[in-house]
Design a protein around this ligand. Structure first.
Ligand SMILES: [Zn+2]
Length: 250
């Protein structure tokens, strides 16, 4: 463990909590590539989350615990004050601690091995909330594309659709499914579109398929060895149009 490792353990925790910003994600990825110890810690954290999810019935605990805590608190409040609290009167605190642990477990569970669509929406929302959609602001695809050189181990295709009503605003480095990925940012009126692109695990082409997650529209497809996820609060029809134009543009 070095000071560098200490710092990166904090970044690991932030990643685990879904609070890693793009700059830190890139920094962490670089460290993990060079540091087997931190890479192993990351795997352990993922394994712990997986086991929590698989073995602990947390999904049912909070409701039942909440009811029990409420009942016990009510009983405690009715009881006369005693100089020393008997053990059973301390149970509400213990139960509250358990409930908090359950809530924390629930909060961290979605982060590792979560559905990619959920992660895509999460990244989009985080970027919107931080008002940090672009690391490189440019409507010129010939500036955005080279910006990713050296920041990623692949070259995402970059296309401008200004003439078709979806101007390119820039690009951003993000972190999805345990790896740094490119996000291209487009705009339609006041709506932002994130287009995430990363190398596909298989070479199978997949036609665009839409879905809705947390109120955001998503379209995913695969072509030319890359996976694409478009996400926006645009109407599904308009996002479909964006995808159709993007795929036919060169
Ligand atoms: Zn390290």
């Amino acid at each position: 463990m070095t000071d560098d490792c200490d710092h990166n353990r904090l970044l690991l925790q932030a990643e685990h909590d879904g609070e890693l910003n793009p700059a830190n994600a890139a920094e962490l990825a670089a460290h993990l590539a060079a540091c087997p110890a931190c890479a192993a810690t990351r795997l352990e954290m993922a394994e712990l989350s997986r086991r929590l999810r698989a073995e602990v019935p947390y999904h049912h605990a909070p409701g039942a615990l909440h009811a029990r805590i409420a009942a016990q608190l009510a009983a405690t409040n009715r009881a006369p004050t005693t100089p020393r609290m008997p053990l059973h009167r301390q149970l509400p605190g213990f139960a509250a601690g358990l409930a908090m642990a359950a809530a924390v477990a629930l909060a961290i569970l979605p982060m590792r091995g979560a559905d990619i669509g959920d992660q895509v929406v999460g990244s989009h929302i985080r970027a919107l909330q931080a008002a940090h959609l672009v690391d490189v602001a440019s409507s010129d695809q010939h500036q955005v594309k080279p910006w990713f050189d050296g920041r990623l181990d692949y070259a995402p295709p970059v296309r401008d659709l200004a003439a078709q009503g979806f101007p390119l605003e820039g690009g951003r480095l993000d972190y999805l499914d345990g790896r740094p990925v490119s996000a291209l940012v487009y705009r339609r009126a006041r709506h932002a579109i994130d287009l995430f692109i990363w190398p596909a695990a298989s070479h199978r082409e997949r036609a665009p398929a839409g879905r809705v997650t947390s109120g955001y529209n998503l379209v995913r497809w695969s072509e030319g060895d890359m996976v694409f996820w478009a996400v926006s609060d645009l109407a599904q029809q308009e996002l479909d149009e964006f995808v159709r134009l993007w795929r036919s543009a060169r």
